[in-house]
Write a protein that binds this ligand. Structure first.
Ligand SMILES: CC(C)(COP(=O)(O)OP(=O)(O)OC[C@H]1O[C@@H](n2cnc3c(N)ncnc32)[C@H](O)[C@@H]1OP(=O)(O)O)[C@@H](O)C(=O)NCCC(=O)NCCS
Length: 158
């Protein structure tokens, strides 16, 4: 089954500096909902540094806002190689189609391939990607946590 479509009034745009507080709040909340035992608050500085580094080598950060101009989620993807490094939806918006909209936006940035790593125990995210046409193409380990990861890839249907 497809994800529900988000309201038509959502707005997508490139990140600006004023978005940082919302981006960090959404990132912490979405990951805390996924791994409650991990202190993501302590990683705010890391995330900001990491996204800036990704952008410095060509990555783009796209922010998706709901009808009330609240940040519903964001995605960071590099059009040069299709590497999707970050995708998050605010947990009170899980299941509302915002994630699928972010993947559509990512495909517009990188139409020929999207690649990513997902933690092997992040079953919600794996289901989300597979529902959207991603395939499992390999296995690895997270460089920060050591957790087992699955490499996934999307390519346009031939
Ligand atoms: C991953 C993420 C962007 C997806 O957005 P979302 O709005 O939650 O996605 P959806 O609700 O559309 O899709 C999730 C799917 O997983 C299913 N699901 C939920 N919990 C599940 C679980 N424990 N096991 C298996 N499937 C599960 C949902 O039912 C849904 O599938 P369905 O449409 O067939 O019913 C969002 O959950 C998020 O920000 N997660 C935290 C950060 C993260 O994990 N990012 C990805 C890192 S690689």
């Amino acid at each position: 089954m497809n994800a529900p479509a988000p309201p038509a009034s959502v707005k997508l745009r490139l990140r600006v500096e004023d978005d940082w507080p919302s981006i960090l709040d959404v990132w912490v909340a979405s990951w805390r909902a996924t791994y409650p035992e991990i202190d993501f608050d302590a990683r705010r500085d890391w995330l900001m540094r990491h996204v800036r580094e990704l952008e410095a080598v060509g990555g783009v950060t796209l922010c998706l806002f709901d009808a009330g101009s609240t940040l519903a989620g964001f995605v960071v993807i590099n059009p040069a190689d299709g590497w999707l490094d970050q995708i998050c939806v605010a947990p009170d918006r899980f299941g509302a189609g915002f994630g699928a909209s972010l993947l559509t936006a990512a495909r517009n940035v990188s139409p020929s391939v999207i690649r990513l790593d997902v933690n092997a125990d992040n079953l919600r995210a794996i289901r989300f990607y597979e529902r959207d046409g991603f395939s499992r193409v390999g296995r690895g380990a997270n460089t920060l946590s050591g957790r087992e990861t699955i490499m996934m890839e999307w390519r346009p249907p031939r």
